[in-house]
Design a protein around this ligand. Structure first.
Ligand code: 13P
Ligand code: SF4
Length: 319
C-alpha cells in the first residue's frame, strides 16, 4: 500500500539522518526484515543480532524484536542509543522467570553453574554465570559438563530438556515455556509427514520434546535456514514462528515450505505459530521511535555491569 511505502521512505531517511542501523529478528514482519536488509542492517537470530549490534559503528541501534534483544544490545553497547519500536514486546520466557524468584532458586542450589537463555531480563542475566542462545546452548553445556559442572538452567524447560538429552549433562530446569513453540503438535507433524513422506522436518528446540524427536534438524532460527539450504529435500515442514518463512523462502525459492501444525488434527491455527510480541513491531511505531526518540532502552550501570559478564562469556565462547 501507498502509506506503507511512504513510511518505508520516511524510515530510510530517519535511519540515515540519525546514523542509525536497523537490527531485526527473523520473526518480525516481512516489511521490517526487508527494510533491515535494504538499509545495511541485519536480519538474524538472537546471537547474530547481539554480535552485529555490538560491532556496528552506528550511533543508534534500532532493534526490532522483543525486549530482551534491545536490552542485550544496550548492555553490550552502552555508548549507543538503543531504540525499539515498542517497549511492550516481551516474551513468555522472560515473563515466566521473575528475577526475585529466580534469584531465590539459585540461592537454593549454590553448587550449580547458572546458565540462562538469552530470552530473559537483564536482572536474570545479572544472576547468571553464562548466557546462551539456542545456537550455542548445546556447545556451551557440553563445555561445562566436560569441566565437571552441574547446571541450573532457566527458563525454557523444552530447550533445557533438549540440551540435557543431547549432552547428558546434570541439569536442573526452571519451569518456563514459549507460548508459540509449545503449540506445535507431534500428531500434526506426523500427519503432514504422511502426506509428504519425502519432506524434512525442521524444528526450533523451544518446541515440546515429542516434536523435536521428529526433527531431521533442530536448531536456532539461523541454523534452520542453513539446514533448509543444505538438505537435499524439496519439501520442508517447519516448526517455528512463521515469520521465518520470509528469509527461508528467499534462501530456497525452489522448495516448498509447510508450517508445522499447531493442532493435533492436522489443522494449522494461523495465529498460533506467530509470536504476539514480535508482531507488535510495525512500520508505524518503528518510524515514530526514530522520529520522536521513543522506545529508548535504559539499563542502570550496576545492573549492566553484572549482566555484561555472562553475556561477554557468550560472545567470547568459541566452540
Ligand atoms: P533464535 O536465537 O533461534 O533466533 O531464537 C529466539 C527466539 O525467541 C525463538 O523463539
Ligand atoms: Fe519469546 Fe517465544 Fe516469542 Fe521467541 S517466539 S520471543 S521465545 S514468546
Amino acid at each position: 500500500p501507498a502509506e506503507d511505502q511512504a513510511r518505508i521512505e520516511e524510515i530510510k531517511r530517519l535511519l540515515a539522518a540519525n546514523n542509525a542501523v536497523l537490527v531485526a529478528h527473523y520473526y518480525t514482519d516481512d516489511a521490517i526484515q526487508q527494510l533491515a536488509e535494504e538499509t545495511g542492517g541485519c536480519v538474524a537470530d538472537s546471537l547474530e543480532m547481539a554480535r552485529f549490534g555490538a560491532r556496528h559503528p552506528a550511533d543508534t541501534l534500532v532493534v526490532a524484536g522483543v525486549r530482551f534483544m534491545g536490552e542485550t544490545a544496550k548492555i553490550l553497547s552502552p555508548e549507543k542509543r538503543v531504540l525499539m519500536p515498542t517497549l511492550e514486546a516481551t516474551c513468555s520466557l522472560d515473563v515466566g522467570c521473575p528475577a526475585d524468584e529466580f534469584s531465590a532458586f539459585c540461592d537454593q542450589h549454590p553448587d550449580r553453574t547458572v546458565v540462562v537463555y538469552a530470552n530473559t531480563s537483564a536482572a536474570v542475566k545479572a544472576r547468571a554465570d553464562w548466557v546462551v542462545t539456542s545456537s550455542i546452548a548445546v556447545d556451551v553445556i557440553e563445555h561445562l559438563k566436560a569441566r565437571g559442572e552441574k547446571i541450573l538452567w532457566a527458563p525454557d524447560k523444552h530447550l533445557g530438556g533438549y540440551i540435557q538429552k543431547q549432552t547428558g549433562a546434570d541439569m536442573l530446569l526452571w519451569d518456563g515455556a514459549c507460548i508459540v513453540h509449545e503449540e506445535f503438535k507431534a500428531k500434526g507433524v506426523e500427519d503432514l509427514k504422511g502426506l509428504y513422506p519425502d519432506a524434512a522436518v525442521l524444528v526450533h528446540p523451544e518446541s515440546p520434546a515429542s516434536v523435536v524427536e521428529l526433527a531431521d534438524v533442530a536448531g536456532s532460527t539461523s541454523q534452520l535456514i542453513n539446514a533448509a539450504k543444505a538438505l537435499p529435500n524439496e519439501e520442508l515442514i517447519v516448526a517455528t514462528d512463521r515469520g521465518i518463512f520470509f528469509k527461508m523462502q528467499q534462501a530456497v525459492p525452489e522448495k516448498t515450505l509447510f508450517e508445522a501444525p499447531t493442532a493435533g488434527n492436522g489443522a494449522t491455527c494461523r495465529s498460533c505459530a506467530h509470536c504476539p510480541w514480535m508482531a507488535m513491531n510495525a512500520l508505524d511505531n518503528l518510524a515514530s521511535a526514530l522520529r520522536e526518540g521513543e522506545g529508548e532502552i535504559h539499563v542502570g550501570d550496576e545492573l549492566r555491569q553484572a549482566a555484561l559478564k555472562p553475556l561477554t562469556r557468550m560472545l567470547e565462547f568459541n566452540r
